[in-house]
Design a protein around this ligand. Structure first.
Ligand code: AP5
Ligand code: MG
Length: 264
């Protein structure tokens, strides 16, 4: 199934000293970070931590689609039933939404893609968008995307997804088994109500996992072939997963390449 070549991070190991300066020196050059992993792997959890540490936005295509559903947009109407079944929304519906978001000014220093790309066609579209628009029409450094695959034991995923609770106001993520809120059903940060996502029923989770294996695992292979994939062990507690990811990002640093279209 999934191959793991995990980074070795000492238990309880910490990233120390000099970090503030690192951010200052390279904050304009972090570039795109792509998080890959099955439903429940912790993409959202880790994207929020990366966003907080490096001051770059989390772009979750799942969250963007859910916002569209909530606002009753045309895209939301097209996506609603598909998402409720646990299937992927067609590629063509994704591109405009992602392009519009990546054109916003807060993406300039870099951004975290959580849940995109999810098919080889989306990966190809993203490469072309970065090359032909994102880097081409600006003074941005050409940073090769850092692609991080969060590997998690499949038996763990069901528990993570059925136990997930999300805050209505800002999407803070909890888990009744692993990361419970201090007060039941209430967000620690903003006191808003915690809800269960409507695609977190066991039946729909099964469909989402199937979609991942069939449609998104080839994206993992796509980046692996290009030599851009780094895997981290997502079975560990969230803090330790975050430490591995920070190490990957900081060892990658500001990579400037002359020809960004060929990742190796
Ligand atoms: P999306 O919202 O992206 O859902 P997903 O990929 O199924 O992933 P999840 O959000 O369920 O999991 P996660 O990895 O973010 O885990 P989390 O951090 O929450 O997509 C939803 C739908 O939108 C799709 O099914 C599709 O229909 C559509 N869609 C979206 N993007 C698309 C695209 N590009 N193309 C086409 N369609 C698209 O963590 C899960 C739980 O585990 C939480 O409770 C958390 O507290 C807990 N947890 C996290 N880390 C740990 C840890 N280390 N230890 C213990 N517990 C942990
Ligand atoms: Mg998520």
């Amino acid at each position: 199934m999934v191959r793991h070549d995990f980074l070795v991070v000492p238990r309880g190991g910490e990233l120390k000293s000099g970090f503030g300066r690192w951010v200052e020196d390279t904050s304009r050059s972090i570039g795109p970070i792509i998080l890959l992993g099955p439903p429940g792997a912790g993409k959202g959890t880790q994207a929020k931590r990366i966003a907080e540490r490096y001051g770059i936005p989390q772009i979750s295509t799942g969250d963007l689609l859910r916002e569209n559903v909530q606002r009753g947009t045309e895209l939301g109407a097209q996506a609603k039933e598909i998402m409720a079944r646990g299937e992927l929304v067609p590629d063509e519906l994704m591109y405009d939404m992602v392009a519009q978001r990546l054109r916003q000014v807060d993406c300039e220093p870099g951004f975290i893609l959580d849940g995109f790309p999810r098919t080889p066609a989306q990966a190809g579209w993203l490469d072309a968008f970065l090359e032909n628009e994102f880097f081409e029409n600006s003074d941005r450094d050409r940073c090769v995307p850092i692609v991080i695959r969060i590997g998690v034991d499949y038996n763990e995923l069901l528990c993570r997804l059925t136990g997930r609770r999300t805050c209505l106001a800002s999407g803070h993520i909890y888990n009744v088994y692993f990361q419970p809120p201090r007060v039941a059903d209430t967000c620690d940060v903003d006191g808003s109500k915690l809800v269960i996502r409507n695609d977190d029923s066991e039946e729909v989770i099964g469909e989402r996992l199937k979609a991942y294996e069939l449609q998104t695992q080839p994206v993992v292979d796509y980046y692996e072939r290009k030599g851009r994939l780094v895997s981290v062990n997502g079975d560990l507690p969230a803090d330790q997963v975050a430490e591995q990811i920070f190490r990957v990002i900081e060892s990658h640093g500001a990579v400037e390449v002359k020809d960004a279209s060929h990742g190796g």
